[in-house]
Design a binder for this molecule. Structure first.
Ligand code: SAM
Ligand code: SF4
Ligand code: SF4
Length: 344
């Protein structure tokens, strides 16, 4: 009976896409100042981050997860800002783990605080971690992260996470002329270490990174570059809506992935909703605005009322920004939410 009820609650949007993944930004703060995400000139010492009372509490986040899970969400990804800047994140993971219907809790992090925090997170129920790393070159990495953080510390965090039993992936955002020389060293290093590396095309998210199409190195070029030295073969997708195109190094079971948000849009299977740190719901990475869920939560709306509200929002969803960008690269210069706000 309960099973039947939960099936009935599953929701699809106006383009037939189910709601399956929820990305929750747990903080808008970050210890890095990546040039393409939170450039130091714009996120300086006077920048006002959200005060604590505006952030969703762990109880509020868990309540939303319960509601979203009834609508079909099975996977949760914690992100930020830098999620590990939020105190006691392992408690939140433990709370989410208890929610019926959630079978996967993952986190995207810059990795700088991973080694000291990952064991508690794993014990609490975290399954997977994606570490963002754009270069193995000490100087370039320090420059890209805007704060001189050391590659070595991130690599150490990755190994501690893997040793703790987490599934670890590494994401590299490639910008033409900035870090494309790091593609092969990164591929070789993570092949040796046995961690899947995924290349992400530089996207026009937010308004602060001065994005231009010619800064995008298409996945196809990256793939060809690697294939010349380390032959690859395609791997079938694991599930509906998988964003990375997967390849295997021939003759091995080691994989590599490509997230081609610019050159091969995957909007038609996009099942992801996003909640910002202050509790706004975004239906697309490139949305201009979100819907405030925190106010109705705090005003005492019931779970049923919240569920109906979210259902109606998802049912109307028609976002497919990357597909539109592909067919028309002009006329897309609208104001967009910042990546550090909703977490990628
Ligand atoms: N701080 C965490 C981190 O860096 O992993 C989580 C939040 S960060 C906004 C999530 C991901 O978005 C990172 O992998 C980052 O590299 C990626 N990202 C940020 N701006 C981007 C852009 N313009 N194009 C592509 N990826 C971007
Ligand atoms: Fe921070 Fe992640 Fe944005 Fe870099 S990409 S500034 S680590 S939130
Ligand atoms: Fe999903 Fe929007 Fe990205 Fe398309 S552009 S894949 S709809 S987040």
């Amino acid at each position: 009976m309960i099973e039947l009820e939960s099936q009935e609650n599953k929701v699809v949007d106006s383009l037939g896409r189910p709601l399956r993944d929820l990305r929750i930004s747990v903080t808008d703060k970050c210890n890095f100042r990546c040039t393409y995400c939170m450039p130091a000139e714009l996120f300086g010492p006077d920048y006002e981050f959200l005060p604590k009372e505006k952030l969703l509490s762990f109880e509020e986040i868990t309540r939303l997860v319960q509601i979203f899970s009834r609508l079909g969400v099975e996977k949760i990804r914690l992100t930020g800002g830098e999620p590990l800047m939020r105190k006691n994140l392992d408690s939140l993971v433990g709370m989410i783990k208890q929610v019926e219907g959630i079978d996967d809790i993952a986190m995207t992090t810059n990795g700088s605080l991973l080694s000291e925090k990952v064991n508690a997170l794993k014990q609490a129920g975290l399954k997977r971690v994606t570490v963002s790393l754009d270069s193995l070159d000490v100087g370039r990495f320090g420059q890209l992260n805007g704060r001189g953080y050391q590659v070595e510390d991130i690599l150490h965090g990755i190994e501690v996470a893997a040793a703790a039993g987490l599934d670890v992936k590494v994401n590299m955002v490639v910008q033409r002329g900035i870090n494309d020389q790091d593609i092969l060293p990164m591929a070789k290093y993570f092949f040796e270490k046995g961690h899947t590396l995924r290349f992400i095309e530089f996207m026009d998210v937010g308004n602060s990174n001065g994005w231009k199409l010619d800064q995008v190195l298409p996945s196809r070029s990256i793939l060809e570059k690697i294939h010349e030295e380390m032959p690859l073969e395609p791997v079938e997708p694991n599930y509906y809506g998988e964003v990375a195109s997967r390849y295997r190094y021939k003759g091995t079971d080691k994989e590599i992935g490509f997230i081609s948000s610019v050159t091969q849009a995957f909007c038609s299977t996009c099942t992801r909703a996003r909640i910002s740190a202050e509790g706004h719901l975004y239906l697309c990475l490139f949305a201009s605005g979100g819907v405030d869920l925190r106010t109705p939560l705090r005003e005492g709306k019931t779970d049923e009322e919240m569920l109906e509200m979210i259902r109606k929002i998802w049912e109307k969803r028609e976002d497919r920004y990357s597909e539109i960008r592909l067919s028309n690269t002009t006329g897309l210069d609208r104001k967009k939410v910042e990546m550090s706000h909703i977490g990628g």
